[in-house]
Design a protein around this ligand. Sequence first.
Ligand SMILES: [Zn+2]
Length: 436
Amino acid sequence: MGATGLVRIDVTDKFSAFVKDHEVEGQNGGVRFFGSLLSVAILAIACGGDGSQDLATQLAAANQEIAEIADAKDALAASNDDLERKIAQLKASLEDKDRLIELFDDEAGFLELLNEQDMGIDELRDRLDVPPQVTQEATIFTMSVHVEGWTGENRNPEKFDRHAEIILAVAHEASQAGGIFSFELSSEFATSFGAKDVVDQLLALGHAIEAHADVGGVGTPSLEELTRQLAVKFKQVQSLGVTPVLVSGICSRGPFVEAAISADFLITTGVVEYCLTSLDATHQPDGWNIGDCPSPAQCHGRPEFSLSQRATPWRTSSSSSWIVPELDGDFLIIVGESGTTVKCLAEDEVGSGGCRYSNKDINEYARLAESYVLHDEQSNDGRCCIFSTTISVGESPPEGFISELINSVSFLVDEGRAEWRTPHQIYLKLVEDAEN
Ligand SMILES: [Zn+2]
């Protein structure tokens, strides 16, 4: 909206400058024209009979001047028409912009704040009935699998094996159905003896290995402390033979963006409401109270983002303003459907017993996936769209759940409207797009 406001001022100034120039030019033309007629009349009166030769010459000169003035007048009329057309065009464009501004003003609170970053253009486009520009690029599907630590599994091979079995079952179901998942490892899992073997199997199935940090959620950690913790997570994954690009579970009152950048991470998913606690007060959403957000566990819902914002990743370099996109920020925020794991998609309110995996979750997953794809097909933003979701394992999804989940969206993949991608591939694609 800021940009649109600026454009309006700019156009208004240009517009009034045009009108002013036009008036001055018209008046001067008139003055010159009548001035010349007057001088011809004075000449005719001043010259008597003896000066007829002179008079004839002067009349000829005056006629010549009148002809020239008539030509100039015609040229002026043509340029008037031209100017009037330009003014009409400018007026029409001003009206368009006023409509845009009105629409922006309708948006309330947080959405308005975010729309200031020009992220709501696609929605405005829809509401203005502007024909969408069809993009050929498929919507990207990505699934973060939070491999939560099982307490003591790195000292208990039997416990680790039970956990690994669940992870591998999810991975096999996903790859058989054509899905590519991002397995994000907790320290507990990554430092277990059998981790390297599991990682190799996951990679062989085409999946990605990234880091799940679960840090920063207590108090206000310093940059040094957060960086040290995240650098440890980075090395744990690296020692399994993979260089991670993505880290989930990093939201903090402390400088989590700067720390993740210092620890060499490039992307985060899993943005939850707790992530808003690092923002400067000016960037916090209207009506949102930081006091109601004491810990990640009590504040893990998703902030109110529009579909366009959820589907379009953006860059940042600052924890205090991460919701404001920075063109050359070093860290990529992907919101997607984070804040809700897949098993909670169909639940409006998560009761004390937590969510259950159900067919309704699959229906909701498919509905959301299609809404992202449709949004992408109507968007002309090259960064859009990524459908990012989360599963926490954790407990095991029922057998067949993952297959059905992937199958519910496979028609979109088969039609070439969507494709599964790893975080690394997403990053490369976005860097490429930014360079083109
Ligand atoms: Zn976690």
